[in-house]
Design a binder for this molecule. Structure first.
Ligand code: GLU
Ligand code: ZN
Length: 319
C-alpha cells in the first residue's frame, strides 16, 4: 500500500499531508438585533475582529436573537450589511441563536438533573423591593406549580476567578456578589447568561473580546460553564465608548446608527479610540489597507485597565 507521501512524490506534486493543526483561536462578535449597529458596538466588533485576525484566528458572527420581544425587524440584515461595508468579513455563515433553541433546553435539563436550579415565581415588585441580589425566597418555598415561574441557578458560596486580558485578575463570590440568577425567564425565554455560555461552547469559541459592560456577567457565565462542564474561553474586555456626559453609547441613549457614508474616517477614528495610533497617512487609504495595517499592528496594551473611553478623547497615554 502506498503511503500518502509516496503518492505525493510519485506525482511530483507537493501535497500537504499533515492534518491541519487544531484551531487555537476562534473568536466571535455577537450583536443582539435590537437595532442597527451604533458606534459603540462597531468599536467592539472591530476590537474582536483585529484580535482574531492578528492571531490568525477565525472570527465568527452570531446574531443573538433569542430574546425575541427585543428583536427589531430587519436589524440583523442591517448589522450584516454594516459589518460588510466596513470590511469586517466573518468566517463561516452567520449563526443565529434562534436556530439552536433545543440546545438551551438540553443545558436546562442538565442543570435540573444536577438540582442546580429551582423555579422562582416572585413578582416583579417583590424582586424590586428585595434589591439587586435575589435573597433566595423561592429556594426553600414549596413549588407553586400554578404560577408562571422563572428558573434560577443556585449560587454557591464559591469564588470564581479569572484573568481578563485587559482588566486583570477578577475574583468574585457568586453567592455574595451575584446571588441566585435567572437562567430561564418567566416568559419562557432563555436568559442571556445561559444562552451565551451554550452558544460559545457550541461554536467552540476560545477567545471572547467584548465590552466592559459585560464584565460583571463573566463570573456568572464561568460559573455556568463549570456546572455544565464546558471549557472556559479567554476573556478580554475592551472599554465602552461614552459620550461627553459619561453615558455609555447604547441604543438606550439613542446613539446614532453607524452609517457607511464615510467608513474610512469612521474606521480611523475607531482605531484611535482603540489606542492604536494609526498614522495620519492611513486616512487616505482604502478600507482593506486600513484593516491590513490595523491587523498587523494590533495591540490591546494601550487599553490595559481602561473601562471607558470618551468619544472625543482617545485613550492617548501616547499624546
Ligand atoms: N448579544 C450581547 C450584546 O449585544 C453580547 C453577547 C456577548 O458578547 O457575550 O450585548
Ligand atoms: Zn422567587
Amino acid at each position: 500500500m502506498h503511503r500518502l507521501q509516496d503518492i505525493g512524490r510519485n506525482q511530483g506534486k507537493a501535497i500537504r499531508l499533515e492534518p491541519a493543526p487544531p484551531l487555537s483561536y476562534i473568536g466571535r462578535f455577537a450583536p443582539s438585533p435590537t437595532g442597527p449597529l451604533h458606534l459603540g458596538s462597531l468599536y467592539t466588533a472591530l476590537a474582536s475582529y483585529l484580535d482574531a485576525r492578528h492571531q490568525n484566528g477565525l472570527w465568527l458572527l452570531r446574531i443573538d436573537d433569542a430574546d425575541t420581544p427585543r428583536n427589531m425587524p430587519g436589524a440583523a440584515e442591517r448589522i450584516l450589511d454594516c459589518l460588510a461595508a466596513f470590511g469586517l468579513h466573518w468566517d463561516k455563515e452567520a449563526d443565529y441563536q434562534s436556530r439552536h433553541l433545543s440546545q438551551y433546553q438540553h443545558a436546562l435539563a442538565e442543570l435540573r438533573q444536577q438540582d442546580a436550579v429551582y423555579p422562582c415565581s416572585c413578582s416583579r415588585s417583590s424582586l424590586a423591593a428585595a434589591g439587586p441580589i435575589y435573597p433566595g425566597h423561592c429556594r426553600l418555598r414549596p413549588q407553586q406549580t400554578d404560577h408562571p415561574a422563572a428558573l434560577r441557578v443556585k449560587a454557591m458560596p464559591v469564588c470564581v476567578e479569572f484573568c481578563d486580558g485587559l482588566q486583570g485578575a477578577i475574583r468574585e463570590n457568586i453567592a455574595e456578589q451575584h446571588g441566585d440568577f435567572v437562567v430561564l425567564r418567566k416568559d419562557g425565554i432563555v436568559a442571556y447568561q445561559l444562552a451565551v455560555v451554550v452558544d460559545d461552547q457550541r461554536q467552540a469559541i476560545t477567545h471572547i473580546v467584548r465590552g466592559c459592560d459585560l464584565l460583571e456577567s463573566t463570573p456568572k457565565q464561568i460559573y455556568l460553564q463549570k456546572l455544565l462542564g464546558f471549557p472556559e474561553p479567554n476573556y478580554l474586555h475592551v472599554p465602552v465608548i461614552v459620550d461627553r456626559a459619561g453615558q455609555k453609547l447604547s441604543k438606550q441613549t439613542r446613539a446614532e446608527a453607524v452609517t457607511a457614508t464615510s467608513p474610512r474616517q469612521t474606521l480611523f477614528m475607531l482605531l484611535s479610540l482603540l489606542g492604536q495610533n494609526p498614522p495620519p497617512t492611513l486616512k487616505q487609504a482604502e478600507i482593506p489597507a486600513i484593516l491590513d495595517w490595523a491587523v498587523a499592528h494590533w495591540s490591546p496594551e494601550p487599553l490595559r485597565g481602561v473601562r471607558s473611553v470618551r468619544l472625543d478623547s482617545p485613550p492617548s497615554n501616547q499624546t
